[in-house]
Design a protein around this ligand. Sequence first.
Ligand SMILES: [Fe+2]
Length: 352
Amino acid sequence: MSVETVVEPGSKHNIKAARQAYYDKISKFHMTPLWEVLKDLVTPEPKTSLKPALWKFADVKRLMMEAGEVITAEEAERRVLVLENPGMPGKSRITNSLFSGIQLILPGEIADVHRHVSSAIRFVLEGEGAYTAVEGEKSQMKHGDFIITANWAPHDHGNPGKQPVMWLDVLDMPTVNHFEASFAEHFDEKMQKTDHEDGDSFERYASGVLPDGMPAMTNRSPVINYPYAKMRPILTRLKDTGDIDKRHGARVRYANPINGGPVLPTMGAYLALLPKGFAGEPYRSTDGTIFACAEGHGTTIIDGKPFEWGVNDVFVIPPWKRYSHNAASESVLFSISDRPAQEALGLWREGN
Ligand SMILES: [Fe+2]
């Protein structure tokens, strides 16, 4: 090969071809060049294929009730419509780490007791008369209640009432499956025995005292249900004294009363009151966040686009996308994300 041919335009092609031949050769040994993918692996800022999205409750309810006609809760095991992020269709997830769905239980139905490694939370949207039984406590489900089902906790649902009941489910399934650490188990009986009455764990653990001699429970909260009726007045107290964050509003974090930590190691949740006319300052963080509106209506600008929400609407903000809340009337937003997991790993960042 002469010097002239090396500097000719064709030489680039030759280098490319030589590299490709080399890549083909090493691929037979299950090796691949890092330098071809490094820029996509170590990005200067978070990169996501997730999209912001909003589910209007009117649509969700109509379609959910249709599901009630085509399948029973028993046949489905859990009658849930997955809220799938439009940026990741077919992946059964709303963010990379979290699953989210809407569950419906009709009067007279039960959803059998089972347990799994994935932790779950329920945020009750509409209807009354259903219960979730977790670890021996039978918890009545009311609008705005926040119910946790920790890793491996037996749980079943039932609706002896007269109304269809719908709630938001959020589970860390994609995180568990990322680690390929999933286990699940069914029981012979349909319902677990419940000897703890409604509200027992809240009264027992979240009243400023703790049962003496109880085992340390630091990676999850012992409280099963954080009732909206107990949380909502705290938001009003914060608002009335002006304790309103310029980005998040008057906000409380659902906490483990044993150590003040998150309710679950993989998921953390908040409840925020936005006063009427609230115009939030821009915010972003590395935890993709799911919101559900418990009261009021308003607009959240996500990555420059407005998303209008009302009662029981659900929306999602991808990681590191800038957003700001605006409330047209006094509003309450529930939110949940994988922040505790990111914090435990030293990954979590926030900005404006
Ligand atoms: Fe479950």
